[in-house]
Design a protein. Structure first.
Length: 247
C-alpha cells in the first residue's frame, strides 16, 4: 500500500513537472536558445529536481526542447515551416483516427458523447461574439478532439497525436487565442463547428474516406491562424510564446 502511494506521488510530480515546464516554455517566459536551469525551474514549480530533470528529458524526446552537448537543455527555436508541418501531420493522424472510427464503428456511448459535445459548443456559439465564453469553448473543443483521438481505439494513433500536440501551436486549441484577435473570429468558430458536425456525421454513416478528408481539412484552420499571426505584429506582441517561432 505504501509503495502504491509513493508511486502515485511520483507520478503526480512527474505530471506537474511536464505540464508546468510546457506552460513556462509556451508562455514566452524563456528566450529562444536560453539554457534551462533545473534548480531554477524546480524552485519555480516547487518540485524536486528529479521530476524536473525527467520532464526535460521527455520534452527533448518530444522535440519541445534541445539537448546541449555539454549537458542540460535549452529552449528550442521552431521554424514556421516545422509548426505548419506538425499541424499538417496532426490532420493526417486525426483524419486516420476518423476514418478508422467510421470503418470500425463507434459505440452508442461514444456517439452520445459526440452529440453532447456538439450541443454544448452550439450553445456556446449562440451568443453575440463579445459574450462568447472562451474558456468553456476551449475546454469543449479539447474534449471533442480528445474523443476523436480515442474514437478508433488505437493506442498507437493516440500516442502519436499526443506527441505532436505537445509542440507549441500544433494542438487544436493552441491558436484559439489568436482567433480572438481576428475580425472574423466568430465566423471561424462557426466554420470549425460545422466541420465538427460533418466529421461526426461521416463517422456515424461509416463513410471512412469522407471522415478522413473532413478531419484533415479541419486541422488546416490552425495552419491558417498561425500564418495570420506570424504576419501580424500586433498579435505577435500580445502573445509572447510566438517568439519561439522563427520565419
Amino acid at each position: 500500500m505504501l509503495g502504491s502511494e509513493s508511486q502515485k506521488r511520483a507520478l503526480s510530480q512527474s505530471e506537474r513537472a511536464l505540464s508546468g515546464i510546457r506552460e513556462l516554455l509556451f508562455s514566452g517566459v524563456f528566450e529562444p536558445g536560453a539554457r534551462l536551469s533545473e534548480p531554477a525551474i524546480a524552485d519555480r514549480l516547487q518540485l524536486s529536481r528529479t521530476p524536473v530533470r525527467a520532464a526535460l528529458a521527455r520534452l527533448e524526446q518530444e522535440g519541445a526542447v534541445d539537448s546541449i552537448p555539454s549537458g542540460g537543455f535549452s529552449v528550442r527555436k521552431f521554424a514556421t515551416d516545422d509548426i505548419l508541418d506538425a499541424i499538417e501531420l496532426r490532420g493526417v493522424l486525426e483524419g486516420t483516427a476518423a476514418r478508422l472510427a467510421a470503418e470500425r464503428g463507434i459505440s452508442p456511448a461514444k456517439a452520445m458523447s459526440f452529440k453532447t459535445l456538439l450541443s454544448e459548443i452550439d450553445a456556446l456559439l449562440q451568443v453575440p461574439e463579445s459574450d462568447i465564453d472562451h474558456a468553456s469553448y476551449t475546454a469543449s473543443n479539447a474534449a471533442f478532439h480528445g474523443l476523436l483521438k480515442e474514437s478508433c481505439d488505437s493506442s498507437v494513433i493516440a500516442r502519436e497525436i499526443d506527441r505532436l500536440t505537445g509542440l507549441p501551436f500544433a494542438s487544436p486549441n493552441a491558436l484559439l487565442m489568436v482567433q480572438r484577435d481576428l475580425p472574423e473570429f466568430h465566423g471561424s468558430l462557426v466554420l470549425a463547428q460545422s466541420q465538427h458536425r460533418a466529421i461526426v456525421n461521416a463517422i456515424e454513416l461509416r463513410e471512412g474516406s469522407r471522415a478522413e478528408a473532413l478531419a484533415r481539412e479541419h486541422a488546416r484552420l490552425a495552419r491558417r491562424n498561425l500564418e495570420v499571426a506570424m504576419n501580424d505584429d500586433r498579435i505577435k506582441a500580445r502573445y509572447p510564446a510566438l517568439i519561439l517561432v522563427t520565419a
